[in-house]
Every structure is written in structure tokens, then in C-alpha cells.
Design a protein around this ligand. Structure first.
Ligand code: GLY
Ligand code: MN
Ligand code: MN
Length: 438
């Protein structure tokens, strides 16, 4: 049993814009609220959805309705969603188990319990009640993790539109500062450029809250676009991507407001770009998901030592910095995550089928460590290293308040990976050229 997402009230009698449940939409392609998919062991699929209702459709828009659902969606049959409570006990009778995603839908366990109670009431007439509840979540997550050709086509398009939006934002800033070199641009003005580009290409909008961070705001990892002023000489970090037909993209670029990196910005930028290149090299079939992070960390940590962000006499050499995780002061997040219908997509990160190693936690306890899983063609990951420098007495002042992240989306191919988001440049010279010429 797979329900879609509920509608969520915003205030008064207004709802948030409706967004389907990702897994439900993956299985059905249906994006109306109040809908369920029932699948049984014989392969039969039943959609429960809202009935047609001319009065409601006048206010809220068209409904597909159960009659049209089988031909429109390819389900075997469909009925009105109000029949759920009576249909469930019928469908669960004589089944060995009931499958649903554990811990995902708050009302679901109670509903299933009610249906099981009704099946049990019929046991005297020889009807068998399911003996087990099974977690459907991991199975469907595994399916979603491996993208097919159609899914990848949609993701390529989403990625390309997002890359175009980043290029547009860069050009917009360049034009503003060309016209008024001493002026400023507000974060929300840049955000508006992104939204314009997302919507004009027919995407549903941002896949997550857009980050547009002027200057020091880039050091706040989950900063949302607000009203701060971006000034010449500062960096602008944008982490924004559109959602297209249920699929997310996730892109970050960090560019100089007025089109020229300062020497200090350029030094750190080139380190982050080099660390991303190392992580991209480590993104290929057979490599472990975590390899990209380790590759990025090596380059970042070396850069921190070379620039004096980390003082060798305090933290030791590269291996010591990695061992002690001293680099985490300036790079505190992972280098990537699965990407798909959700921006942080479903799918296990650990290889549960490989032996785990136990080690001491240094406090008398034990930690079980599992290896990170191996990448396979069709998986999509982000690759997003960064450096974030908050002021501190032991930090060289020229780097204070510089926050840089570079993020691309990559699909694992049989021989390596394909970057989906390079319609906007990463190389610092190419970003400067785009801003000069755009
Ligand atoms: N935009 C969210 C992330 O990069 O993970
Ligand atoms: Mn991102
Ligand atoms: Mn990301």
C-alpha cells in the first residue's frame, strides 16, 4: 500500500502548493492529492483517487477520476478513495503479509490495524489474516536509486535548466556592477533571476529552498536567500536547482559579485575546484560512495595547510590533519548525496551485505563500521566540496568570511561519470569570462 502525500495547510483556508509523495509519483505518475496505490502479490494494481466533482473542479481544477485512471496511468483498476476502508480488508484477506513503508506515513499503521481487525473477524469463516507486516520502504528506495534512461533524460533536462539559471544570475550581477560599480545587489533580486529561469522553462520551481548568500552569509550552510546586499569585491554563493516533472537538480556556484575574484578568493576557489576534480575522478562504478569525499578532503586539507588556514605546527602534516579531522573547522559537510526525486534522495549509503568492522570508540564502547556502498551505473550523486572561513585570531585575515562551494550532479556511467550541470562553468577563468562577456 502506497499513499500519496497529504495536503498541508499554510494559513487560514489556504494550503501550501501541493507536492505529491515522491515514491507514489514514481509508481503512478499521478499528482493529485488523496490517492493510494494498492499492489498485490499477483501484480494487480489498484488506484484509489478522488471522484470527479464538477463543483470542486470549478474551484480547484480538473480531477482525473477513477473511470479515466486505468487508461491514463496504466493501473489495472481504480475506484473512489472513500472506499479505502472497506476495500483494504478485502484485499488483505488470505494474503501472507501486508507491505507498507514503515515510519513514513503517520496514519498508516492505525489504518492497517483496523483493516487487519476486520479480516480477523472473518477467521471463523476460514479467511486467513496476514501473519506479517513488511517494510516496503527499502525495496522501493533501492528501485528509485537506480535511474532508468527516461528518468535520466528528465534529470539531464532539469540539470541543464538549473545550470542556465546560475549562468543567468552571474550575468545579471555582472551587468548590475558594470552599470553601478559602487552599488549593490540584493540577494532576493538574484533569487528572482533564478526563479524566472526555472519557471520560463516549464519546471515546477525550486527543488529546495534556494540559497543565495552574499559575502559572509556563505559561511552559513543552510542560509536562505534573504535581503542582504552583495557588494563589489564579495563572493556570491548560490545553491539552487529546479524540480522538473518530479526530479530534482542541485547546483552550487560561487562567483565574484563584480566578475573578478580577489587573489585570496581565487586561492581558495582553486583549491575547492581542484578538490572537486579529485572527487569527480573518484566517482565511477566499483568505487565506494565515500571515496569521492576522501579524495576531496585530501585536496582541501592540503590546501588548508598550504594557505596557512591550518598551522602545521599546530595540526601536523596532511595525514595528521585527516586523522584528527582538523579540516572540519573549514569543511564540515559531506561531499555528496544521492539525487533523484528528492534532493537528498532515498537509498542506502552503506554496504549492508559486506562485513562490518568493530572498533573501540575510545570510551570503552564499540562502534560498528560498515563500508560505504559501491557505485553502479545509473546512480546519480552530487559532488559538492567547499571551504568556509569564519574569522578567528588564528586564521589569516585575508580569508575571513570567504565561503565557497562548488556542486555538480553526476550520473555514474559504465566507465566513470557524466556531469549533468556543466552548462555553467566551474573554472574561475571561465566564470570571469562569462561575466565579462555576458
Ligand atoms: N542543496 C542541498 C544540498 O546541497 O545538499
Ligand atoms: Mn545544493
Ligand atoms: Mn547537494
Amino acid at each position: 500500500m502506497i499513499p500519496t502525500a497529504p495536503e498541508r495547510p499554510r494559513s487560514g483556508d489556504s494550503d501550501h502548493p501541493y507536492r505529491h509523495d515522491s515514491t507514489f509519483h514514481y509508481l503512478t505518475g499521478f499528482d493529485e492529492p488523496e490517492a493510494w496505490l494498492l499492489l498485490d502479490a499477483s501484480g494487480r494494481s489498484t488506484l484509489l483517487c478522488r471522484e470527479k466533482n464538477p463543483e470542486r473542479e470549478l474551484w480547484d481544477g480538473k480531477r482525473l477520476g477513477p473511470e479515466a485512471a486505468p487508461s491514463a496511468l496504466g493501473v489495472d483498476d481504480a475506484c473512489e478513495v472513500g472506499r479505502l476502508a472497506s476495500l483494504l480488508p478485502e484485499r488483505l484477506a488470505d494474503q501472507p503479509a501486508v507491505w507498507f513503508a514503515f515510519g513514513m506515513h503517520a496514519q498508516l499503521p492505525a489504518l492497517i490495524d483496523e483493516a487487519l481487525a476486520k479480516v480477523r473477524q472473518r477467521s471463523r469463516s476460514g479467511v486467513a489474516c496476514p501473519e506479517a507486516e513488511r517494510d516496503l520502504g527499502p525495496l522501493l528506495a533501492e528501485m528509485r536509486l537506480h535511474k532508468d534512461a527516461d528518468e535520466l533524460q528528465t534529470m539531464r533536462r532539469a540539470a541543464q535548466i538549473s545550470a542556465g539559471a546560475h549562468a543567468r544570475a552571474m550575468r545579471y550581477c555582472a551587468q548590475r556592477f558594470r552599470a553601478h560599480p559602487q552599488g549593490s545587489v540584493r540577494e532576493y533580486e538574484i533569487e528572482a533571476e533564478l526563479l524566472h529561469e526555472f519557471r520560463r522553462h516549464g519546471t515546477q520551481g525550486p527543488a529546495y529552498t534556494s540559497i543565495v548568500a552574499a559575502g559572509a552569509n556563505a559561511c552559513v550552510l543552510h542560509y536562505a536567500a534573504a535581503d542582504a546586499e552583495l557588494r563589489a569585491g564579495e563572493l556570491c554563493l548560490i545553491d539552487a536547482g529546479c524540480e522538473l516533472d518530479g526530479y530534482a537538480s542541485d547546483v552550487t556556484r560561487t562567483f565574484p559579485a563584480d566578475g573578478r575574484y580577489t587573489p585570496a578568493q581565487r586561492e581558495l576557489y582553486d583549491i575547492v575546484a581542484a578538490s572537486q576534480a579529485a572527487a569527480i575522478d573518484a566517482t565511477r562504478p566499483g568505487a565506494r560512495h565515500r571515496d569521492a569525499h576522501h579524495a576531496a578532503v585530501r585536496v582541501l586539507a592540503q590546501g588548508m595547510l598550504d594557505t596557512g588556514l591550518l598551522a602545521r605546527d599546530q595540526v601536523g602534516d596532511l595525514d595528521a590533519v585527516i586523522e584528527s579531522a582538523a579540516y572540519r573547522r573549514f569543511y564540515m559537510h559531506g561531499t555528496g548525496h544521492w539525487l533523484g526525486r528528492d534532493v537528498h534522495d532515498v537509498g542506502l549509503y552503506l554496504a549492508l551485505d559486506e562485513p562490518a568492522a568493530e572498533e573501540s570508540d575510545g570510551r570503552g564502547g564499540r562502534i560498528v563500521r560498515r563500508p560505504s556502498r559501491r557505485l553502479e551505473p545509473g546512480m546519480v550523486v552530487t559532488i559538492e566540496p567547499g571551504i568556509y572561513v569564519r574569522p578567528g585570531p588564528d586564521v589569516p585575515e585575508r580569508y575571513w568570511n570567504i565561503g565557497i562551494r562548488i556542486e555538480d550532479d553526476a550520473v555514474v556511467t559504465p566507465s566513470g561519470c557524466e556531469l549533468l550541470t556543466r552548462a555553467v562553468p566551474v573554472d574561475a577563468d571561465r566564470i570571469e569570462a562569462l561575466m565579462r562577456e555576458g
